[in-house]
Write a new protein. Structure first.
Ligand SMILES: [Fe+2]
Ligand SMILES: [Fe+2]
Length: 415
């Protein structure tokens, strides 16, 4: 049973590292949010499995994913389009995980293994719900079916420890695509069907929805501030896309690191939802809100440890004073929901900075950076400035000024 728990733990870990590669590739924010939620729930399953597993001898001391499991998830990640990739993870790998949980329930002893059973029953209902939640997003075509067939064959190479079903040898004709071209992050993130741009921040109310000076100006109407902070929060979708890229590049990380990254990812997806759900309620049409791609485009060109350092030590650590001011201004509106969302955002961000202090040294070590953290953060900031010159500002406005949401339109929209 401990071996089977171990396999479940590794499948959950592999799902976290593999499914996060879907996030920048799928366009719809709702789908990105859903994947982040599933990844976070998987991290919870993984943590409980490990906790229980460690009470049993035979679970093993290490946290790592075995090569034989990872290679199947890696294979799923190299699908050549996002619909195939999504179907591979959710029509083949997740059902395999669910079947393995069910197998566990069928074979374990109802009394001796009662504590694990209770957990597994819970996880099965989560897994069933995940499959229901994803169903509307899955597409069908011959190519998708063929890809899923390919992954099902790949899965037969896994030994089933507890069922004693031996691994089946793959046919000679079987080709591992990831062995020929390993997974690589997309150069830019997908936001279809929404319009895109480089940045939503500027000083020009005719150009972008967030006008920096207006955020600070005591004369600004608090309703304008509220709309601008919702745009800001919605744009934390860039953090969702670039944080997703860190998992697969830190496969050797301790599980606790990926657990906290998964929490961080889910938090950012919630922050983005705060804006995505509130803006339409205030009368703003989401199809007029351009999505900013600069941060993803720049950060994906930097090594993963630098990406994580910029995020936690620079963007998040530096955001508190302005966000505190925004919270004060929004409070003038007696909008309890807005206050609540902003309070949760601030609380989460404090945790993210804590994660940064805790995990940056580990990510640095994993990625071969030996210098002191402080020096690394300094050189990262310099590299970011260089990369921003090279790769920033390259996404033109998808919409003409009269079509897109700008500071001026927000001003007109609130009065
Ligand atoms: Fe956030
Ligand atoms: Fe954050």
């Amino acid at each position: 049973m401990a071996k089977l728990q171990r396999q479940l733990f590794e499948l959950e870990r592999a799902f976290i590292a593999g499914a996060t590669t879907l996030v920048p590739r799928v366009g719809e924010p709702e789908l990105k949010y859903l994947i982040c939620q599933h990844v976070w729930e998987s991290a919870g399953h993984g943590r409980f499995l490990r906790e229980r597993g460690r009470e049993l001898s035979g679970f093993g001391k290490s946290d790592s994913i075995s090569d034989e499991i990872w290679k199947i998830f890696h294979e799923a990640a190299v699908a050549n389009d996002e619909d195939k990739a999504l179907a591979g993870f959710y029509r083949v790998l997740k059902p395999h995980l669910l079947a393995t949980y069910r197998h566990y329930l069928e074979t374990t002893h109802h009394l001796a293994d009662w504590p694990s059973r209770k957990l597994v029953e819970e996880f099965i209902s989560d897994e069933e719900r995940h499959l229901e939640e994803i169903e509307p997003w899955l597409k069908s075509s011959d190519a998708i079916q063929a890809w899923c067939g390919h992954l099902r064959v790949a899965l037969t190479s896994l030994p089933r420890s507890a069922s004693k079903t031996p691994a089946i040898e793959l046919p000679d004709s079987f080709r591992w695509f990831h062995a020929e071209s390993p997974y690589q992050h997309p150069e830019t993130c997908n936001r279809a069907p929404y319009p895109t741009c480089s940045s939503v921040f500027s000083e020009d109310p005719k150009e972008t929805p967030i006008v920096r000076a207006w955020l600070q100006d005591p004369q600004t109407d608090p309703r304008t501030i509220r709309a601008m902070i919702y745009v800001w929060l919605m744009m934390e979708l860039d953090a969702v896309d670039y944080l997703s890229t860190v998992f697969v590049e830190t496969l050797q990380a301790p599980f606790d690191l990926h657990h906290d990254l998964a929490r961080h990812l889910w938090d950012e997806s919630r922050h983005s939802q705060f804006g995505f759900r509130q803006l339409p309620k205030l009368g703003f049409d989401l199809m007029t809100v351009e999505h900013s791609l600069d941060l993803y485009n720049i950060l994906v060109k930097m090594p993963p440890a630098e990406r994580y350092a910029m995020m936690t030590m620079e963007f998040e650590a530096g955001s508190f004073p302005i966000k505190a001011h925004i919270m004060d201004r929004v409070r003038e509106l007696n909008d309890f929901e807005a206050d609540t969302l902003l309070a949760f955002d601030r609380n989460d961000e404090q945790n993210h900075v804590r994660y940064g202090h805790q995990w940056l040294p580990t990510i640095m070590k994993l990625c071969g950076h030996e210098e002191p953290v402080e020096d690394f953060v300094k050189s990262t900031q310099a590299n970011f400035a260089k990369m921003a010159e090279l790769h920033g500002g390259k996404t033109p406005h998808a919409l003409a000024p009269e079509e897109r949401l700008t500071g001026e339109k927000i001003l007109a929209g609130i009065s």
